[in-house]
Design a protein around this ligand. Structure first.
Ligand code: PLP
Length: 222
């Protein structure tokens, strides 16, 4: 099936309130443009340099989401255009995003990445740290960021029950933290679900899915 057909098929299964991030990492501009021409406007990348290059080459009505691990020294390269940063895993990183957003006269939306997988390889903070950040006075001083939600990645496994319990856990953390509101902390987005598990994620309360290979085909890293 073509990229367009894949997109239309996935979209037809999504409730209206669920946003689709087309994860285009490693894929060429021509593939992204095929998705763009089929109406896709949200793209997700996991490397800042690659996202900057694609941003420069593509139409300017695209929302670019950084879904990968963010190195603090590279935030400056995306600060002028990034729409949403999914992988925020420390207060230090929030401070840097705030600084670079300020320089660009912007307010940048962020998600806190919560570690829900059992694997050591996955990034993210535990729920307690998210809780501490929200209640810290530091957050009040960060006027150029908005924490709008949470993101999580389930364990890489075929075991759907395990994935489901991790998604349900993230949803419970989301519901719990949502009770706290501040000017720059207002949870609306729950980013969970990828090609293999997005339907399950939606059942568990996801409002934003990040789908790559089911749209663009398998990635070739060689
Ligand atoms: C690559 C990636 C995805 C998409 O994975 P697929 O299985 O290809 O849909 C989603 N989220 C993150 C954080 C990723 O790095």
């Amino acid at each position: 099936m073509s990229i367009k057909q894949n997109l239309l098929k996935i979209r037809s299964t999504l409730p209206n309130e669920v946003a689709l991030v087309a994860v285009s990492k490693t894929k060429p501009i021509s593939d992204l443009m095929e998705a763009y021409d089929a109406g896709q406007r949200i793209f997700g990348e996991n490397k800042i340099q690659e996202m900057v290059d694609k941003y420069e080459d593509m139409p300017k009505d695209i929302e670019w989401h950084m879904i990968g691990h963010v190195q603090r020294n590279k935030v400056k390269y995306m600060a002028k255009f990034v729409k949403l940063i999914h992988g925020v895993d420390s207060l230090k990183l929030l401070r840097e995003i705030n600084k670079q957003a300020e320089k660009n006269d912007r307010v940048i939306d962020c998600l806190l990445q919560i570690k829900i997988a059992k694997e050591d390889s996955k990034f993210g903070m535990d729920a307690q740290l998210a809780h501490d950040i929200i209640h810290s006075n530091d957050l009040d001083n960060l006027r150029s960021i908005n924490i709008v939600g949470l993101m999580g990645m389930a364990t890489f496994t075929e075991n759907m029950q395990q994935i489901e319990s991790e998604f349900k856990y993230l949803k419970s953390v989301f519901d719990d933290l949502k009770k706290n509101e501040k000017d720059n902390f207002h949870l609306k987005v729950l980013s969970m679900g990828m090609s293999g598990d997005y339907l399950l994620a939606i059942q568990c309360g996801s409002t934003m899915i990040r789908v790559g290979s089911s749209i663009f085909g398998a990635r070739n890293y060689s």
